[in-house]
Design a protein. Structure first.
Length: 254
């Protein structure tokens, strides 16, 4: 069964960030660190959802989880969505939803849909296999990136996306970019099929961890965590060369 377009809902689940929090010393986890993450939709089942809990004392039991608790709306071509093949969704500080699709990037504010394309000689057809992913950082900046290593940032003043990095030119050779993460200090970390890289000011690129297939990156306090094709790596953001493998034998995708 194929589902086209977008259906938005909130589901409590487990992700790399949950695994990262579990691996942290109790006194090293900030009190406001979120504990819920996202798992792939095809991995969801009734077993992955937490059971209903009951209130203690004289309060009545909470009602079981129900589909009626959600207001579900389909968003597709009628709302000017650029394509019904959707890869990534983020929300900005104005509560607008940014949606990356096979044909570009869309901004939806609940009433209107604006369509954007990325600069450069990009081919959006099926044969290219190009996927656009979005990332929204803690400084309220919107990023977009594609697997070939091009990284873009949205300019509010110009209302368009601008290319800021081309990892293929900076690193050299054929690369596969799987994930980017921007830390609170503004440094960009890139998870590639060949390792973990950090981009500093002046386009300086440093290989932090080589020989690992990096799928995702997150941070909890001073520790950073990278999900790989074979587990989870933990290291301090200030000492990325000193890392430890805290989980092996499992592919971590998100």
């Amino acid at each position: 069964m194929k589902i086209s377009g977008i259906i938005l809902a909130v589901i409590a689940s487990v992700s790399l960030q949950n695994a990262a929090a579990d691996a942290m010393p109790a006194d090293a986890i900030p009190a406001d660190t979120p504990s819920a993450g996202i798992i792939p939709a095809d991995a969801m089942s009734s077993d992955t959802l937490p059971p209903p809990t009951a209130k203690t004392g004289t309060a009545a039991e909470e009602k079981p989880f129900s589909g009626r608790d959600f207001n579900v709306r389909h968003i597709g071509y009628d709302e000017n969505l650029s394509s019904q093949r959707v890869f990534s969704i983020v929300e900005d500080n104005c509560n607008a939803m940014w949606i990356s699709t096979k044909a570009g990037i869309d901004r939806y504010n609940g009433r209107e849909m604006m369509n954007y394309t990325l600069p450069g000689d990009l081919y959006y057809g099926d044969k290219a296999g190009m996927r656009i992913w979005l990332q929204y950082d803690c400084m309220d900046r919107l990023w977009a990136y594609i697997h070939s290593g091009r990284i873009y940032r949205y300019s509010v003043a110009k209302d368009c996306f601008e290319e800021v990095f081309d990892l293929k030119k900076l690193i050299g050779g054929d690369i596969i970019l799987n994930y980017i993460y921007i830390d609170p200090e503004g440094r960009l970390w890139a998870g590639l099929a060949g390792g973990l890289y950090r981009l500093d000011e002046g386009n300086a690129v440093k290989e932090v961890i080589g020989g690992q297939y990096i799928n995702c990156i997150t941070q909890v306090g001073e520790y950073m965590f990278a999900g790989t094709s074979d587990g989870i790596i933990r290291f301090r953001s200030q000492e990325p060369d000193r890392y430890e493998v805290i989980l092996e034998g499992m592919m971590i995708l998100s």
